[in-house]
Ligand binder design. Structure first.
Ligand code: ADP
Length: 457
């Protein structure tokens, strides 16, 4: 059952139940009120007749029938022997309600005489002095008008209710259809997007963006946007990985082919193969680390790390790797402690220093410094190297991004993953990394890490 049919059924069923309850209440109230009025009339008539009896009773005496009774009230007077003493209509032989004459109590009853409905009041008559039962008074009034009024009311209520329910069902269905039509459009577009496998499509906004459907469309489009970006990233990633893997694999294959052809493996060929295998291994490790870091699952130690000692260690290590003519210097060095994973942080600094050394020509300088700024430890690696063009700057932290794609790979450099890794490790430590660069002048990379409280001197 569709949503619109379900809504209509619910809506109509609730209305129908309410109409039945309301109709029944009106019907019962009307019947009660009208019958009460008749009872009251009978009561008054009984009182008139009874008073007439009391005035001259010594046994049963016929009451004067020219009493001021309501015109539609019929009266019978019965003695205790079951004999009709008097009545104000001539054609009745029996009592209006013979059953009621058996017990001396005031009683109202409904009877049917020759198909005509009557309301009957039976009233016992007593002698004034001895309080002795001398007979019964039976008064009857026609219920014809009541029955007709009830029938008309029932007809109006039933026909009105049926029409109201049918109208409500029609209006409810068309309202639900109108309200849900935009949802159909959303579904159709979503299906078309799925069929065409085209995540760049968006659902056009038909109504106001703040209503339920509008919000659904906005949310759906945002999801599409996100999926589109994710798939594009994924696609680019796969293309980059394949591309990056191909070069070392081609080199390995060439060398292995050479060994197979010549039948001997000289030391240089083996070294070349080993170096390419090492590069592959490093790339795979880097990719795994990136994947873990991006999904927030990078396992990180939570040690107290003395950054100044770490900087010193990298300095000594990198000094050996510095190319001829490039000076590696230590700048300002505050003592600072942060919480985190020492090995990972060292990897960050090493990556930055290796990049700086790699992009600084002979005669240039690379400086590592560490200082504290409020709650942050700021570690900078600046060089007087080639610098990075401003249009490239926003991309250098992306995976596989290299400013000069054709650039020779160095032992420390690589597939364009170093800065991404540095970025994600810093981020995982609650810090950030930024860069300032001037082409031809040099670059400065700054890693900001949250200090342990009071951990800077
Ligand atoms: P790679 O493995 O190629 O070094 P990175 O992710 O470490 O990759 O760096 C991305 C790109 O940023 C590099 O290809 C390089 O062009 C540029 N880059 C990084 N550091 C520097 C620097 N200190 N000076 C100039 N360019 C740099």
């Amino acid at each position: 059952m569709t949503l619109r049919v379900r809504l209509t059924v619910w809506y109509t069923a609730v209305l129908a139940v309410m109409l039945v309850l309301y109709g029944s209440a009106v019907y019962l109230l009307l019947s009660y009120t009208v019958v009460s009025q008749i009872d009251e009339q009978l009561d008054q008539a009984a009182e008139v007749v009874r008073l007439a009896f009391q005035r001259d009773i010594e046994g049963i005496v016929l009451p004067p029938m020219a009493l001021n009774l309501a015109s539609n009230v019929f009266v019978q007077v019965w003695d205790t022997e079951g004999e009709l003493v008097a009545q104000n209509l001539t054609m009745m032989d029996g009592a209006f309600d013979p059953q009621a004459l058996l017990t001396p109590a005031k009683r109202y009853s409904n009877v049917l005489i020759d198909g005509a409905p009557l309301r009957v009041l039976t009233y016992p008559l007593y002698t004034v002095s001895e309080n002795q039962l001398i007979g019964f008074l039976q008064l009857a009034s026609s219920l014809d008008t009541v029955v007709r009024a009830r029938q008309s009311l029932l007809f109006v209520l039933v026909v009105g209710s049926v029409l109201a329910v049918a109208g409500a069902a029609l209006i409810g269905y068309s309202t639900a259809s109108t309200a849900l039509r935009p949802l159909d459009r959303v579904t159709e577009t979503a299906l078309r997007i799925t069929r065409a496998d085209d995540l760049s499509r968006r659902i056009p906004m038909a109504g106001p963006p703040r209503d339920e459907v509008g919000r659904l469309i906005v949310a759906f489009n945002e999801t599409l946007e996100r999926l589109d970006v994710l798939f594009e990233t994924q696609r680019r990633f796969m293309a980059d990985v394949s591309h990056e893997l191909r070069t070392p694999l081609t080199a390995i294959r060439g060398n292995v082919d050479l060994i197979a052809r010549t039948g001997e493996a000289d030391a240089e060929t083996l070294r070349a193969v080993s170096s390419e295998v090492e590069r592959l291994t490093r790339m795979v490790k880097d990719l795994m680390l990136l994947t873990q870091a991006e999904s927030g699952n990078l396992p990180l130690a939570q040690d107290e790390v003395e950054i100044d000692t770490l900087v010193l260690e990298v300095f000594h290590q990198a000094k050996v790797l510095a190319p001829e003519g490039v000076e590696l210097r230590l700048g300002r060095e505050d003592q600072a402690r942060v919480r985190g994973d020492r090995d990972r942080l060292k990897q960050v600094v090493l990556n930055l220093v290796a990049n700086a050394l790699d992009h600084t020509p002979a005669g240039g300088t690379v400086t590592i410094s560490l200082d504290c700024l409020q709650e942050w430890a700021r570690l900078t690696v600046s060089d007087t190297g080639s610098g990075i063009p401003p249009e490239e700057l926003p991309h250098i932290f992306e995976r596989f991004y290299r400013v000069d794609r054709a650039r020779r790979r160095t032992a420390l450099g690589g597939a364009g993953l170093g800065l991404s890794i540095a970025y994600w490790i810093t981020l995982s430590h609650g810090g950030r990394i930024d860069v300032a660069s001037e082409p031809g002048q040099g670059s400065t990379f700054a890693v900001w890490l949250p200090l342990l409280s009071g951990a800077c001197t």
